[in-house]
Design a protein around this ligand. Structure first.
Ligand code: PMP
Length: 444
């Protein structure tokens, strides 16, 4: 399969080779985990992408999540073109679409009274944590192991693996993560213990979670986790931050907070927020907390500073406004979710037919295809930690081999293990893709 991939993608291979001289590793984005080189894409429209060699792919990478409407949606494109004609991408001043986008998000997201645009999900997480600290006067933040909240110093390290210790910690001074604590997925008791311990030492500013479970639900949350966490945070006077960078608008216009009926104090948005256009990031939340960005209600003291030259630029805001309007008009999250159900259903049948040790599950348009060992709902005992090690091996296999194999058969996934469906995925598209998945999985 890999030879086949190399043969039909020589244009990508050439560009990747050229890139190696000037770009570290030859590529900044290879979310599809294509080896031995990344695919170079020329055209993207709806459910499909075409590479520089003219090979056509069904796109379930969705640029890593933002293109819920399908790639390069024509309505959004036309509006963006009009805006660019008018004032170009940026002015450094207020623009009508900044207000319109904020109004729309405040209207649909239960936990968002006010919105501040940021440059990316990473920046929005940084801002939300800073706000939580400024508001509460407390320092510590609890996150969930295996959760991804961008690459800032304080958040980037992953689950503590046996022996290897922290992941991704190179270049990060110990002090930068001193106020970050990590808890295992779905372990409310462990979070309670940390909150209790912290209470005697200045308290906890916030607990930050991905509401579908760490790393976009790779380790799904148990049914009542979010509601119970909400209660726990209230009990300990700690702010609850939902990182809805992936789930925002993809889980429905109200995000995962709408889906679960659990309202966080602060919400981090990204990805779908600008419909795939640049500078996708925003902090939203309770009015009294958000007002800390200007120095607290009616004051100029205790201001939490955030910035960014291009944040809230007209291009990103207009793209976001028209993309969200289109998502709402078309009921995109629901329809993409139906495509996700069809995909998961089909994958389950393939897994069963072929007798594979895989598991497929979905939360609407977020479909996971994993080797079964990855399904760790409760990782509190040492025995289970040993399985985490096994999981790392399995994930590596999944990512490196399957990503390229699927692409060779015309399907692009996220790392061979995640499939984002979109509004553009008709039944025909899903069924076509399922045939291709089966062709690859037969070879496993
Ligand atoms: N939070 C979550 C849950 C994410 O999935 C991501 C990106 N995948 C981020 C934060 C960071 O967003 P960005 O890549 O825009 O910095």
């Amino acid at each position: 399969v890999l030879n086949y991939f190399e043969q039909r993608c020589q244009g990508s291979a050439r560009l990747a080779e050229q890139a190696k001289a000037v770009i570290p590793g030859g590529v900044q984005h290879n979310l599809a985990f294509n080896y031995p080189f990344p695919l170079a894409i020329k055209e993207a429209r709806g459910a499909h992408m075409t590479d520089v060699d003219g090979n056509r792919y069904i796109d379930f990478l969705q640029a890593g999540g933002p293109t819920l409407l399908g790639s390069n949606h024509p309505v959004v494109l036309e509006r963006v073109k009009g805006l660019l004609d008018e004032c170009g991408p940026t002015t450094g001043l207020l623009h009508e679409y900044e207000v319109k986008l904020a109004e729309l998000v405040c209207q649909v997201m239960p936990g968002v009274d006010m919105l501040r645009m940021m440059g990316s999900g990473t920046e929005a997480v940084m801002g939300a944590i800073r706000l939580a600290r400024a508001y509460s006067g407390k320092k510590r933040v609890i996150k969930i192991g295996g959760g991804y909240h961008g690459w800032s110093d304080q958040m980037v390290y992953g689950m503590r693996l046996p022996k290897t210790g922290r992941m991704e910690a190179i270049g990060i001074p110990r002090g930068a993560t001193a106020a970050t604590q990590e808890s295992l997925p779905n372990d409310l008791e462990a979070i309670r213990r940390k909150l209790k311990w912290n209470r005697l030492r200045g308290g906890t500013a916030a607990v930050i979670v991905e509401p579908f479970g760490p790393e976009s639900g790779t380790r799904p949350v148990t049914r009542n986790f979010n509601a119970a966490l909400r209660k726990l945070c209230d009990e300990f006077d700690t702010l609850l931050i939902f990182d809805e960078v992936v789930t925002g608008f993809r889980a429905g216009m109200g995000g995962a907070q709408g889906y679960f009926g659990v309202t966080p104090d602060l919400t981090v948005l990204g990805k779908c927020l600008t419909g795939g256009y640049p500078m996708a990031g925003a902090i939203g939340g309770r009015r009294d907390i958000m007002m800390m960005l200007v120095g607290g209600i009616g004051t100029t003291t205790k201001r939490a500073f955030v910035g960014g030259t291009l944040t809230a630029n007209p291009l990103s805001c207009a793209a976001g406004y028209f993309a969200l309007q289109e998502m709402r008009r078309t009921d995109a999250a629901f329809k993409a979710g139906q495509a996700g159900d069809r995909m998961r259903n089909g994958l389950e049948q393939i897994i069963e037919r072929l007798g594979l040790p895989y598991v497929a599950y979905n939360m609407g348009s977020i479909v996971h295809l994993q080797t079964s060992g990855v399904m760790l709902l409760d990782t509190s005992s040492l025995l289970k930690l040993a399985r985490v090690k096994n999981e790392a091996k399995e994930r590596k296999h999944m990512m490196e081999e399957m990503g390229a194999a699927y692409s060779a058969h015309g399907v692009i996934t996220l790392a061979g293990s995640r499939i984002y469906t979109s509004l553009a995925d008709s039944d025909e598209v899903i069924d076509d893709a399922l045939n291709r998945f089966e062709d690859v999985l037969k070879l496993v």
